[in-house]
Design a binder for this molecule. Structure first.
Ligand code: SF4
Ligand code: SF4
Length: 374
């Protein structure tokens, strides 16, 4: 395993981190504790020393599994967990969540305590209540460092980096979504630990794609491997989290993360150029501006075109087909079917004049049905 320096804190962290949100489960949906513990312990043997959880992953069983697996190696690993400030709760309840997490994790401290899923808007509302809990916990030695995980625009990421007293952040970044690349470098330059979630796009890049596999001149076993190598090749990244469910995934990821050089400079340059070209191509199509929606018949036009781009540009056809079927199964809050796939288009023509890209929406939706439907 290769280790990296975690920002100005200087900790040595394994460049592959374990995201404990997709642990092995039993038929009833609960975590299979025996398998989860075996998997987590094997990861420690392979050198992983960074573990990420959340109070409510797997209904709270994620922290429990980490506690069981890591209790006797606690002094050799870093534990990160998150608290959802967006959930209604009193300060007392939030404090109990923290105490509960410490109990489940079988530890006397959490290394990195994160505000979960920040946007700038949420941050402004939730920072104060978070700090009431976090400061008290830090004063008592229950929490060592604070951070946030993030789902918003690059501009808003800069704002949070510059406003909050954070040592670390956990953000999305992968081959297909590089929108946060610049603020990631900025955070690293400021000395923050940068943790990447979704290096394989929440499983999207684990789907087979010859297009992606061919981005690498040498022998890559899978598109997931190319995706992980790409994220690790970015020197601003401290840890790439992978939500692993099987020993095979773990062994494969650990093999990649044990190489000093995950990508040669030439490969890295080549991939970046190829991705830039693909990004330009995708902008020729739908830019997902959303001006054409809502459609009176519920078609989520940009979502359909995004899936078509995954097929057309990245060769992620199998993944796109599965997600397309999901669009067809969408339901409203009351549980009534509201299919959002291209098949729901009745060709009324309302959307086309609103599209600044002049996309022949009706014709392209028909193409979506032909390629991804059926
Ligand atoms: S043409 Fe189709 S997609 Fe466009 S508004 Fe009408 S039903 Fe919706
Ligand atoms: S208006 Fe055009 S570019 Fe914008 S989301 Fe709709 S189809 Fe895409």
């Amino acid at each position: 395993m290769v280790y990296r320096t975690f920002g100005k804190l200087g900790y040595k962290v394994s460049q592959l981190g374990f995201g404990a949100m997709r642990l092995p489960t039993r038929e009833d949906g609960k975590v299979d504790m025996d398998k989860a513990v075996e998997l987590l312990r094997r990861s420690v043997e392979l050198g992983v020393n960074f573990f990420d959880s959340h109070h409510f992953y797997h209904n709270g069983e994620s922290e429990e599994a980490l506690g069981r697996a890591l209790k006797d190696v606690r002094d050799r690993v870093f534990l990160q967990t998150k608290t959802p400030m967006y959930r209604e709760a009193t300060d007392d309840e939030r404090w109990r969540w923290l105490e509960d997490a410490l109990m489940k994790l079988r530890t006397d401290h959490i290394d990195f305590y994160l505000m979960h899923s920040m946007t700038w808007e949420r941050f402004q509302k939730e920072f104060e209540p978070f700090m009431r809990i976090a400061q008290k916990a830090m004063d008592q030695g229950l929490v060592r460092h604070i951070g946030f995980s993030f789902h918003d625009t690059p501009e808003n990421l800069y704002k949070i980096i510059d406003t909050g007293p954070f040592d670390t952040m956990t953000v999305q970044y992968n081959l297909i979504n590089r929108s946060l690349e610049e603020p990631i470098s900025y955070a690293a330059e400021k000395g923050m630990g940068v943790v990447i979630m979704g290096p394989v796009g929440g499983g999207m890049l684990a789907a087979p794609s010859e297009e992606i596999r061919r981005l690498l001149s040498g022998e890559a076993k899978s598109s997931a491997e190319v995706a992980l190598r790409f994220v690790l090749a970015n020197r601003s990244v401290s840890v790439a989290l992978s939500g692993m469910s099987t020993l095979q995934q773990l062994e494969e990821n650990a093999a990649v993360a044990s190489q000093e050089v995950v990508l040669t400079e030439e490969d890295y340059r080549h991939i970046r150029e190829a991705l830039e070209e693909k990004r330009r191509l995708s902008e020729l199509y739908c830019t997902a501006c959303g001006y054409c929606i809502p459609c009176p018949n519920g078609v989520d036009i940009p979502a359909n075109f995004r899936l078509m781009n995954l097929h057309r540009i990245y060769g992620l056809t199998e993944y796109a087909k599965v997600q397309y079927r999901r669009l067809g199964e969408r339901k409203d809050r009351e549980g009534n079917p509201t299919p959002a796939w291209a098949e729901a288009c009745v060709e009324c023509g309302e959307c086309e004049p609103k599209c600044p890209q002049k996309i022949p929406i009706i014709r392209q939706l028909q193409e979506v049905v032909e390629v991804l439907g059926g």
